[in-house]
Design a protein around this ligand. Structure first.
Ligand code: HEM
Length: 484
C-alpha cells in the first residue's frame, strides 16, 4: 500500500531508516546521507518558544448554544437566535509553571475560548477567577518575573512572590482566592470561567452596555487540598490533561452555563466603584447574572502540538457587537498577545487551522514567513482601488466613547479601597474554608522572610481582623506584635 511507504518530506522513497551511510563498515559518516541530515535538521527545530505564562495547558473543541435572547444588549450574530450554535476551541492552563510543570499546582487557571463565529474569531481569554492581581498593565512583566524562577537560584521564590504581592495591596483579592480552597481545582472540568475584565456590548440601535462574562461549571466545583494535590503530583503530573482527555473520549462531555452581568453605559460614571478596575467584582446584588447559553466540549484535538500548542488566543480579536472597555489591563493586553504570537508562531499564525476563521477573510496583509493560504493570489493588494475589491465596513463603526480629562500617568492608587472586597469574600467563607485559607497561606508564604509575612498579615487584617489573626496564628506570629 502506498501509505505504508516511508518517504522524505518531499515524497521521495527512504530506502533505510535504521543505518546511516558510512564510508566502509566501520568508517565515518558521509555528508551525502541527505535523509539523515533532513531528519536531524528537522528534529533540531522541533521546539518552539513556550507561552511566557500559561505554558502548560490542555485543549478541546466544542459548541456554544444560545439558550436565552440577549439581542437587546448586543448585535453579535453568535447571540442572535435562541438555539443558535457556534463552534469553539477552549484551552485551559496553569499560569506559572513551564510546559512540563505538574497540573495540580496552586495557581490561577486559564480559561481561553475561541469562538469561530460567522463574523470572524472572538477570543475570550479569561481565567477561573473573576479578578486579577493588578490594575495596571505596566506591572504585568514584574508579576510574571516573581511567579517564575529566581534569576540566581533557578528556584521558585516565596520571597520574590510575596514581597511583590504584599507591596501591591490591590493584589489581596486575587491572592485570597488563590490561597482559598479554590486555589487547586480538582480538574479543569470542575471550575468556573470568567472573562474577568469589563467588556462592552453594542446593540443594533448602537447603544453601548458594559458587560462581564461568567461560565458556571455543570460538573460542580471540586478542589484539592495541598495534601491531595501532592499525592496526585507524586503519581501523575498530567492529572488535568488526563481528566479532560479521558472524559471527552468516554463521551462524558463537560459543560458550562454562560451568564452575563450588564451595566448601562452611563451608570459607570456614578457606580460606587470603578467598574473598569480588574481587582474588583460587580456584586451580583447590583448586577444580577443573566443566562445566555451553554458551552459543551465534545472533541479532543487529533494532534496536541498542531492544535493546542499552536493555538493563539488574543483579547484583541472581537466581532461586531462585542467591544473593549477602558479597563487599563484589558487595554494593555490588546497589544501583548498578538505581539507574543508573532514571535512565538510567526506573522501568519492566523492561518494555522486551529486559529483560522471559519468565515471568509480579506485583510490585504501579504507575504511574511510561512504564508500557506495562497496569499490572495493575483487580487489587488492596495486600498482604495478602482476594482471594487474589499471595502471597509462603516456600518460596524462603534458609537463614540465619551472621554474626559488630560493625558497623564494617572495614579491608580487614588482609589485606595484595596480591602473591602477581599474582606467581603473572607466573611462569606464557611469556618472550614477560613481554616484552609489560613493554612494554605502559611504553607505558601512560610519560606519568605519575616518582614514580608508581617506585611501580608497587616494587609489581611485591614481586610478583616479575623483574616489577619488567622494567618498570623497559622504562621506562629503574635498578632499584637505585628500591629503594635
Ligand atoms: C497568555 C500577556 C493578563 C489570561 C498570555 C500570553 C501573554 C499574556 C503574552 C501568551 C500568549 C501566547 O504566547 O499565545 C498578558 C498581559 C496581561 C495579561 C500583558 C496584563 C496586562 C491576563 C489576564 C487574564 C489572562 C487578566 C485573564 C483574565 C491569559 C490566558 C493565557 C494568557 C488564559 C493563555 C492563553 C492560551 O491558552 O493560549 N498572557 N496577560 N492574562 N493570558 Fe495573559
Amino acid at each position: 500500500m502506498e501509505q505504508n511507504k516511508l518517504t522524505n518530506r518531499t515524497g521521495a522513497p527512504v530506502p533505510d531508516n535504521q543505518n546511516i551511510m558510512t564510508a566502509g563498515k566501520r568508517g565515518p559518516a558521509l555528508l551525502q546521507d541527505t535523509w539523515f541530515l533532513e531528519k536531524m535538521a528537522h528534529f533540531d527545530r522541533e521546539v518552539i518558544p513556550e507561552r511566557r505564562m500559561h505554558a502548560k495547558g490542555s485543549g478541546a473543541y466544542g459548541m456554544f448554544t444560545v439558550t436565552h435572547d440577549i439581542s437587546q444588549y448586543t448585535k453579535a450574530k453568535l447571540f442572535n437566535a435562541v438555539g443558535k450554535q457556534t463552534p469553539l476551541f477552549v484551552r485551559f492552563s496553569t499560569v506559572a509553571g513551564e510546559r512540563g510543570a505538574a497540573d495540580a499546582e496552586r495557581d490561577i487557571r486559564g480559561f481561553a475560548i475561541k469562538f469561530y463565529t460567522e463574523e470572524g474569531i472572538w477570543d475570550l481569554v479569561g481565567n477561573n477567577t473573576p479578578v486579577f492581581f493588578l490594575r495596571d498593565p505596566l506591572k504585568f512583566p514584574d508579576l510574571n518575573h516573581v511567579v517564575k524562577r529566581d534569576p540566581r537560584t533557578n528556584l521558585r521564590s516565596a520571597d520574590n512572590n510575596w514581597d511583590f504581592w504584599t507591596l501591591l495591596p490591590e493584589a489581596l483579592h486575587q491572592v485570597t482566592i488563590v490561597m482559598s480552597d479554590r486555589g487547586i481545582p480538582k480538574s479543569y472540568r470542575h471550575m468556573d470561567g470568567f472573562g474577568s475584565h469589563t467588556f462592552s456590548f453594542i446593540n443594533a440601535a448602537q447603544q453601548r452596555f458594559w458587560v462581564k462574562f461568567h461560565f458556571k461549571t455543570e460538573q460542580g466545583i471540586a478542589n484539592l487540598t495541598n495534601e491531595e494535590a501532592a499525592a496526585i503530583i507524586g503519581n501523575d503530573r498530567e492529572s488535568h490533561q488526563r481528566d479532560l482527555y479521558e472524559n471527552i473520549e468516554a463521551g462524558n462531555f463537560p459543560k458550562w452555563k454562560m451568564y452575563v452581568q450588564i451595566m448601562e453605559e452611563s451608570a459607570a460614571d456614578t457606580y460606587h466603584l470603578n467598574p473598569f478596575d480588574l481587582t474588583k467584582v460587580w456584586p451580583h446584588g447590583d448586577y444580577p447574572m443573566i443566562p445566555v447559553g451553554e458551552l459543551t466540549l465534545n472533541q479532543n484535538p487529533a494532534n496536541y502540538f498542531a492544535e493546542v500548542e499552536q493555538a493563539a488566543f488574543n483579547p484583541a480579536q472581537v466581532v461586531p457587537g462585542i467591544g473593549f472597555s477602558p479597563d487599563k489591563m484589558l487595554q494593555g493586553r490588546l497589544f501583548s498577545y498578538g505581539d507574543a504570537q508573532r514571535y512565538r508562531l510567526g506573522v501568519n499564525h492566523h492561518q494555522i487551522p486551529v486559529n483560522a476563521p471559519k468565515c471568509p477573510y480579506h485583510a490585504y496583509h501579504r507575504d511574511g514567513a510561512m504564508r500557506t493560504d495562497g496569499n490572495y493570489g493575483g487580487t489587488t493588494s492596495y486600498q482604495p482601488n478602482s476594482f471594487n475589491q474589499w471595502h471597509e465596513q462603516p456600518d460596524h463603526t462603534e458609537p463614540p466613547l465619551k472621554i474626559n480629562g488630560d493625558a497623564a500617568h494617572w495614579d491608580h492608587r487614588e482609589d485606595e479601597d484595596y480591602f473591602s472586597q477581599p474582606g467581603n469574600l473572607f466573611r462569606l467563607m464557611a469556618d472550614a474554608q477560613k481554616v484552609l485559607l489560613f493554612s494554605n497561606t502559611a504553607a505558601a508564604i512560610g519560606p519568605a522572610q519575616t518582614f514580608i509575612k508581617i506585611r501580608h498579615i497587616r494587609n489581611c487584617y485591614k481586610a478583616d481582623p479575623a483574616y489577619g489573626k488567622g494567618v498570623a496564628d497559622a504562621l506562629g506570629i503574635a498578632i499584637d506584635e505585628v500591629l503594635g
